[in-house]
Design a protein around this ligand. Structure first.
Ligand SMILES: Cc1cc2nc3c(=O)[nH]c(=O)nc-3n(C[C@H](O)[C@H](O)[C@H](O)COP(=O)(O)O)c2cc1C
Length: 219
């Protein structure tokens, strides 16, 4: 929380935030970055597997290199940090079982307690590469949404982005060696009130009457 967001409801914060197009270059403090990451780490995921990692970029040279990879979008340059959401390249037994073992260890339960879970989750490995990719990516997007809200709570501007060359970013960050693939990036920083063309424009969404259908099929 800060003076901008104190005593604000989630709805107020979602009204306040916007996909910032130009940031001012002002730094975000490490404690705020840590809180945004912690909220992201606490996001739910299918079977609790959390099949992704967060890369934190704050080196100016690296941001400069990401700029052209992200189609020269200005929010890259003025950002304080960039979070890269990088997904497991696929579900491997090694990764999945390690997470199940971790859950049991953290709960003080014997590793064998996870045997049923491991058996039950076996279907994941029979999915095609494309199906696995889709399933893993869905988990990333969900956590991404939580990160957007967490940033808003702290009065930090976030620019959700999928407009970048994933292969080029993977190469730059050496993600293949980590068996990860970039999915989304999120520059964090502070809006440039003077120079951002979007800052004063109305937030527009589908009207509620067109957005919600109550008890469909029962009229
Ligand atoms: C997954 C995702 C990817 C996006 N990618 C980009 C992007 O690459 N560049 C950009 O300027 N905005 C991007 N946006 C921002 C959307 O255009 C923006 O969220 C939407 O128009 C709603 O506006 P608001 O976020 O300002 O309320 C992205 C948003 C999401 C959720």
């Amino acid at each position: 929380m800060n003076h901008l967001t104190e005593n604000k409801t989630l709805i107020d914060l979602l009204q306040w935030r916007y996909a910032t197009k130009k940031m001012s270059g002002k730094s975000v403090t490490q404690d705020k970055i840590d809180l945004i990451i912690e909220a992201t780490r606490l996001a739910p995921s299918s079977s609790g597997l959390q099949p992704f990692k967060i890369m934190v970029i704050n080196k100016p040279e690296l941001k400069q290199q990401i700029f052209p990879i992200a189609n020269n979008q200005q929010q890259i340059i003025g950002s304080s940090h960039i979070l890269v959401f990088a997904a497991w390249h696929q579900y491997t037994q090694e990764r999945v079982y390690a997470m199940i073992d971790h859950i049991n260890t953290e709960r003080g339960l014997p590793i064998s307690n996870g045997d049923g879970f491991k058996k039950g989750i076996g279907g994941l490995f029979t999915l095609s590469q494309e199906q696995q990719k889709a399933h893993i990516t869905q988990q990333v997007y969900l956590a991404f949404g939580i990160a957007i809200a967490a940033a808003a709570e702290l009065g930090v501007d976030a620019s959700p982005m999928e407009g970048f060359n994933r292969e080029a970013l993977d190469d730059l960050l050496g993600l293949e060696a980590l068996q990860l693939k970039s999915v989304l990036i999120m520059p964090l920083g502070y809006r440039d009130e003077e120079a951002d063309w979007l800052v004063k424009l109305k937030k527009v969404r589908t009207p509620r009457r067109d957005f919600v259908i109550t008890n469909p099929g029962t009229l």
